[in-house]
Design a protein around this ligand. Structure first.
Ligand SMILES: C[S@@+](CC[C@H](N)C(=O)[O-])C[C@H]1O[C@@H](n2cnc3c(N)ncnc32)[C@H](O)[C@@H]1O
Length: 254
């Protein structure tokens, strides 16, 4: 398994924070533009199942592939609590052939995964191989165009300067990871016959908030905050400054 496992407990501890609330809501709204209700979805590295369950609530038949037993248990418990069907498969991206045979899906998702994998090109190839004809691939990467933005906004000038030197960074859960540029992801997609149909920024205005900051208790304030994040994630130049890029691709639509 990738290095993510070393930060898994911190990841679980942060699931309720503002940063994750923004990330999940914005990705869900962006996905809604591309994934129809009632379609089949594969979510690789589904983790605690946030997006998988939101899609299941829209009537999608969702299969989650996840190596962590603890995260699968969280997803399973939430599925039971919400009375939603979720097929959870133990394993990782390298095991898809063995786990899934010839199965393909209307949408294939991998959110918050590629930055932990040493070979992004191979990962994109594996994911693309699971996309049914006419289907969509939805991936997020750490935004390699704006890696210095968060440390800079926090006044961490040494961190901002280091972030300008290359794609490697240590993330909020203490795990070494890699940021990617849109053109590199596009080249990987092109190499497997997929073209970008849309791309978005994920978490722009709230990326530098402290890790322990919780979502606002006031629903109106939270609603405005999420609306602002949703809007800027779709607009230049803001989306270029986002924490993550969300790329949606389809076969033969470059
Ligand atoms: C940052 S979490 C993201 C979880 C979820 N997709 C989300 O967006 O909230 C990364 C997830 O990828 C999983 N993961 C790590 N290595 C993996 C691999 N080689 N194949 C598939 N999943 C992996 C982790 O266990 C974890 O659930």
């Amino acid at each position: 398994m990738a290095a993510f496992a070393t930060g898994e407990h911190r990841w679980i501890g942060n699931l309720g924070n503002l940063r994750n609330a923004v990330r999940q809501e914005v990705i869900a709204r962006q996905l809604a533009d591309h994934v129809g209700d009632g379609t089949t979805v594969l979510d690789v590295g589904c983790g605690q199942g946030t997006q998988a369950l939101r899609l299941a609530a829209r009537g999608c038949r969702v299969t989650g592939v996840e190596p962590s037993a603890d995260l699968r248990a969280l997803a399973s418990a939430d599925a039971d609590a919400a009375r939603l069907e979720l097929e959870l498969v133990a394993g990782g991206i390298d095991d898809l052939d063995e786990l899934l045979g010839e199965r393909t899906f209307d949408a294939v998702c991998a959110h918050g995964l590629l930055m932990y994998l040493p070979d992004r090109t191979a990962a994109v190839r594996s994911l693309a191989g699971r996309v049914a004809p006419g289907g969509r691939l939805s991936i997020t990467v750490r935004n390699g165009h704006a890696l210095a933005f968060r440390p800079g906004l926090r006044g961490d000038w040494a961190g901002a300067l280091a972030a300008l030197e290359g794609p490697d960074y240590v993330n909020e859960i203490g795990v070494s990871a890699r940021a990617d540029r849109l053109s590199d992801v596009e080249a990987d997609l092109d190499g497997v016959g997929l073209g970008v149909v849309a791309w978005y920024g994920v978490r722009v205005l709230n990326d530098a908030v402290p890790v322990d900051q919780q979502p606002p208790a006031d629903d109106d304030e939270l609603g405005l905050l999420l609306e602002a994040e949703d809007r800027v994630g779709r607009l230049d130049p803001y989306r270029w400054m986002a924490s993550q890029l969300h790329v949606v691709a389809a076969r033969g639509e470059a």
